[in-house]
Design a protein around this ligand. Sequence first.
Ligand SMILES: [Zn+2]
Length: 47
Amino acid sequence: MRVKCVLCDKIDKLDDQLPLAKRLRNRPIHTYMCDTCYERIKDRTET
Ligand SMILES: [Zn+2]
C-alpha cells in the first residue's frame, strides 16, 4: 500500500504484510510518518 507522510508529504510504499500497514489500513492515512520525520520527532521529544 502507499502512504503519505503527514509532515513532509513524502510518499512511501509499505509492504501490506507489515504490522504497520495493517494498522494504517484501519486508521486515516494521515497518521503515517516517514522514518526521517519519525526520527526527528523522536529526537525532539527526547531532548
Ligand atoms: Zn516525512
